[in-house]
Design a protein around this ligand. Structure first.
Ligand SMILES: CC(C)(COP(=O)(O)OP(=O)(O)OC[C@H]1O[C@@H](n2cnc3c(N)ncnc32)[C@H](O)[C@@H]1OP(=O)(O)O)[C@@H](O)C(=O)NCCC(=O)NCCS
Length: 173
């Protein structure tokens, strides 16, 4: 799917692209440790088979859509949409990250737009995510896209002083 930047494309990762997925994900965790509840330490030790299995399982599940953003053909961003395990009317968005050199051009907005499109096409009623309250670029991005605070706040990680807020975008039914 092509968005407002002619050189930008947002599409699902193919299962065999797990090395590119791993590279982006590890870069994201190193770049923005307080944006994700998962840590670089736990992920960089994982064997290749685990990364390959993640994308294979996603491709087969029908409930996952791992997205890659490419600018001029280079992977510069990612996000993972997943149907909620308890409520199929809800899609959760995880792992959203844009490489620093590609920020401020609407790449994340385009990732969100594709997540909204995918969720709507599945008949979901809402797209939701958790964001560190102190992560103002991410909070602003979500607000601009129409996400509202649910009022649910909790520690970002067990024992962490960082607070995560849940945000939700109602989708047209
Ligand atoms: C938060 C994050 C995903 C935003 O990515 P991004 O691609 O820079 O986001 P966008 O370009 O869509 O929007 C960001 C800014 O660029 C501006 N922008 C968007 N399109 C633009 C364009 N075409 N030209 C100029 N500026 C533009 C937006 O107004 C916005 O400005 P603001 O935040 O100062 O109000 C990125 O900073 C990131 O990866 N951060 C670390 C990880 C993270 O926080 N993930 C989110 C977890 S919930």
């Amino acid at each position: 799917m092509v968005h407002q930047l002619a050189a930008l494309s947002i599409r699902p990762f193919r299962a065999e692209e797990w090395p590119a997925y791993r590279a982006l994900r590890l870069r994201a965790l190193a770049d923005a440790p307080d944006a994700f509840s998962t840590t670089l330490d736990t992920q960089q030790e994982l064997p290749p088979e685990t990364w390959a299995a993640r994308l294979s399982a996603a491709a087969a599940s029908g409930k996952d859509c791992p997205l890659v953003a490419e600018l001029h053909g280079e992977p510069v961003g990612m996000a993972w949409t997943k149907v909620d395990a308890d409520d199929p009317a809800i899609v959760n968005l995880f792992q959203m990250w844009v490489a620093p050199e590609a920020r401020g051009q609407g790449v994340a907005a385009a990732l969100l737009a594709e997540a909204v499109r995918w969720s709507g096409a599945r008949g979901a009623q809402a797209l939701q995510l958790g964001v560190n309250c102190a992560n103002l670029p991410a909070v602003r991005l979500c607000q601009r896209a129409g996400f509202l605070e649910t009022g649910l706040r909790e520690p970002f990680r067990p024992g962490s002083e960082l607070v995560e807020q849940r945000m939700r975008l109602a989708l047209a039914s």
